[in-house]
Each structure stands twice: as structure tokens, then as C-alpha cells.
Write a protein that binds this ligand. Structure first.
Ligand code: ADP
Ligand code: ASP
Ligand code: MG
Length: 403
């Protein structure tokens, strides 16, 4: 018998009614497959737990954060297993430490490095359906860890890898991966097949339908992912290797962010190594610097430097730069009202003029571009957040994504 991994996201298990529906979906696979289920917490639960920790402190212990926020998955998994048992199906919930799912790396951002498949394989052979808590792991010191928001996607991929599954299906609240967020743009179109590379860019650039690490893991291990809705029976999206996802599109998708902030350092004393001096302490504090522009110094002495970070890192960044004795600057300015809008597609590699078309489409809408960054398969621009949807809409039309 073949093995299948099914992952259910927060909305899919968001109420008892939804859990009953999910139990039916699981049953429908169980005649043909050995089924392994990964479940997220019921929607809203993880956020609620995080907000409780913030009421205690903004610098709540990372170790206790993991112990706290992983609790949501215990509730959804036990409810789902209980429902299956109620329906006469052999099922059991499993937390990460019981398997175990071993992680390494820092608390809040650990990565799964090994899953012991012995106990789950034994249970599968005995005809059971394991309902496994996503998002969590356990480290070598027996501490509970979590693997980043939306991490159950990555848990599912790692189960597919370590249990040698034949299929991996991600059930969510939309019918698949769309050309842009279908909840924001009604005209967005479902994508039939998308390459790992494009999906990784889209996910990293703000399309939260899949967690970026899960796509990296799937790509490394050549695991095809089907993304579909737990609310309908329609065919979803296949995330697969580039060779299998060829289409004649220039642009595959558009992403936008709403959690970026822009930092500008004005009148920085210019000298070789200045950028490194600024960014080293940021990276040592796990602050990810994304887009960077440094103006050419007009007088050979001073320059302006602009970069983007996650909004949540803004207070820490301010402190670190103010404390940095190795830089002299006139002024530091922040802007939280920015969005990064990106177009993504392997088709742009072989098509000239894509950058021009993007900039022209934005100019036509009177949208000012503040920072630009590119890679082989994506172009990102930083703009005022109030223009983000207008930009997405005009780019969606410019690159004919509605067709
Ligand atoms: P789950 O709880 O199932 O993991 P998420 O909320 O993490 O679900 O992801 C699904 C959501 O991702 C959708 O409801 C949708 O609003 C959002 N989304 C953003 N970009 C896209 C996209 N390009 N295609 C589909 N959904 C997207
Ligand atoms: N419950 C976790 C979160 O909300 C993990 C997940 O949903 O995948 O981030
Ligand atoms: Mg998710």
C-alpha cells in the first residue's frame, strides 16, 4: 500500500464542524493509502497564545514561547483523532516529543533535521492513522521547539521525506496557489503547476499560502506538493520541478508584503567597509536585511544608505544602530508604510523588456518606486503601502495573468 501525507491548515480545522469534514476527507484516502496526517492549530489559537506572551513581556523567553505556542496543535490533533475514533477509525494523536521529531537551531526558528520513523511505521502497519502535531519539534536538550509561523507545511514535507511517502497534499482554505492572493484580488487565477523555484520566491516575498522553508525542503528532496482546498473537491496546484512545470508565461505570480519597514541613514561618513560595519551587528542579532541601496557619495565624504527589514525588527534595529560606535551619521529615518511588490516567473530569464514593462505600468498609475531589487526570476519594488493593491492589480493586467 502506498503512503500519503495530508496536511490541514488552521482554517481547515478551525471549528468542530470543519474537523468533522476533515475526518471525512481522511477517511476517503484511507481505503487506498496509509495515511499520515499533520495538523495545524485551530485558526486564531496560535495568535492568541502569542498575544498572551506579549502581555507578560515583549522579550518573553524564547524557550517558553515555544512551549506555549506549540500547545495549539495538541488541541486540534486530539480533537481530530477523537473524531476519527468516534467514526470507528483507528487513530491517535502524537506530539513531536513522542515520535520524536528532532530539530536543531534557535528557538522560534528551529529546523527539522530528523524524524524517527519506527514508531509511526509500526502504527501504520497496524492500520492506524497517526494525527501528528505540526509546527513543533524537540531539541537535543529535550526542550520543545517550533519551526516558524506556518511551519506545519514544513512538518508535512519532512514526514513525506522521512516516511518515504508517495504523495503529499496540503489542504488549505483556497483552491491552490493563485497568480496573486485571491482574497485580495478577485481576478487572481489558479496556477495548475508551478516550479519549486517560483513557489519559493512567491512564498518568501509574501504569498503566505506556503511557508518558504517547506518549499526549500521539498525541492531538496524532490517531493511534489499538491495544494488544494478542504472546502471543495476541485483540482489544486502542483508544486514540482521546473522541467514538469513548463508553461509559456513570462510572469507566473505576483506577491506583496505588509510587514516591511524602510530604514534610511543620512549623512553616513563614507569609508571602505562602512556597509559591513552597519550590517554585522544586525546579522549577529538575527535581523534580516533585505533590500539595500547606497547612494554614491557626492562629496566623497558622506553617503546615504537605505535598507529594509521586517517591521517587527524595527525597535531592535534602532537600538543597535544608535549604539554602534563605529559609524557616524547625521540622521536616521524610518518608514513603516511601505510594501514590497514583486513579480515572479522563470519566463523572465528569456524575455527582454520585463523590467521596463513593470516600471512603465507602475508609472502609469503614478506609483513612485523607492527601492528596486532583482534576481534571475523576480523583480521587487518598494513602494508606499497605500499603493500596494493598485500596483498588484496593474501588474496583473500588464502581464495578462487573468487569462
Ligand atoms: P493554512 O492555515 O491552511 O496554512 P494560510 O493562511 O497559511 O493557510 O495560507 C492560505 C492563505 O494564503 C489564503 O487564504 C490566501 O489569502 C493567502 N495567499 C497569499 N497569496 C496567495 C496566493 N498566491 N495563492 C493562494 N493563496 C494566497
Ligand atoms: N499554528 C502555527 C501557526 O499559526 C503553525 C501553522 O499553522 O502551520 O503559525
Ligand atoms: Mg499556512
Amino acid at each position: 500500500m502506498k503512503t500519503i501525507v495530508l496536511k490541514f491548515g488552521g482554517t481547515s480545522v478551525g471549528s468542530i464542524k470543519r474537523i468533522k469534514k476533515v475526518a471525512k476527507i481522511i477517511k476517503s484516502y484511507s481505503k487506498k493509502y496509509r495515511v499520515i496526517v499533520l495538523s495545524s492549530a485551530m485558526s486564531g489559537t496560535t495568535n492568541k497564545l502569542i498575544s498572551m506572551s506579549k502581555k507578560i513581556s515583549n522579550s518573553f523567553s524564547d524557550q517558553e514561547y515555544d512551549a506555549l505556542v506549540s500547545a495549539g496543535e495538541q488541541i486540534s490533533c486530539s480533537l481530530l483523532a477523537g473524531q476519527l475514533i468516534e467514526n470507528g477509525i483507528k487513530a491517535r494523536s502524537w506530539m513531536a516529543w513522542q515520535i520524536p521529531i528532532l530539530t536543531d537551531g534557535k528557538h522560534k526558528h528551529s529546523r527539522i533535521k530528523f524524524i524517527n520513523n519506527r514508531i509511526i511505521n509500526k502504527y501504520l502497519r497496524a492500520g492506524g492513522i497517526p494525527i501528528i502535531a505540526g509546527f513543533q519539534g524537540v531539541n537535543k536538550n529535550s526542550q520543545i521547539t517550533t519551526i516558524g509561523r506556518g511551519g506545519t507545511d514544513a512538518s508535512a514535507i519532512m514526514f513525506a521525506k522521512f516516511l518515504n511517502a508517495d504523495r503529499c497534499v496540503i489542504y488549505t482554505d483556497v483552491e491552490g496557489v493563485f497568480t496573486t492572493d485571491p482574497n485580495k484580488l478577485k481576478k487572481a487565477k489558479k496556477i495548475k503547476k508551478i516550479s519549486y523555484e517560483e513557489m519559493l520566491e512567491m512564498a518568501s516575498l509574501g504569498s503566505k499560502v506556503m511557508q518558504p522553508h517547506s518549499i526549500q525542503d521539498a525541492r531538496l528532496n524532490r517531493i511534489d506538493i499538491e495544494v488544494k482546498s478542504s472546502f471543495s473537491n476541485k483540482t489544486g496546484t502542483l508544486i514540482t520541478k521546473r522541467k514538469n512545470a513548463i508553461n509559456n508565461r513570462i510572469i507566473t505570480g505576483i506577491s506583496s508584503t505588509d510587514n516591511d519597514a524602510k530604514v534610511t541613514l543620512l549623512g553616513v561618513k563614507d569609508r571602505p567597509g562602512i556597509a559591513a560595519t552597519i550590517f554585522k551587528p544586525l546579522s549577529e542579532n538575527s535581523i534580516n536585511v533585505d533590500m539595500v541601496v547606497q547612494n554614491i557619495s557626492s562629496n566623497g565624504k558622506e553617503t546615504d544608505l537605505t535598507f529594509t527589514i521586517k517591521s517587527s525588527d524595527l525597535p531592535k534595529t534602532k537600538k543597535i544602530i544608535t549604539k554602534n560606535k563605529n559609524i557616524t551619521l547625521k540622521k536616521m529615518v524610518f518608514d513603516k508604510n511601505v510594501s514590497k511588490v514583486s513579480i515572479i516567473g522563470v519566463g523572465m530569464v528569456t524575455t527582454p523588456g520585463v523590467t521596463f514593462r513593470m516600471f512603465q505600468a507602475l508609472a502609469k498609475q503614478n506609483i513612485n518606486i523607492q527601492v528596486i531589487s532583482t534576481s534571475e526570476i523576480k523583480i521587487s519594488v518598494l513602494i508606499n503601502r497605500k499603493n500596494a493593491m493598485k500596483a498588484v492589480k496593474s501588474l496583473h493586467a500588464e502581464f495578462n495573468l487573468t487569462k
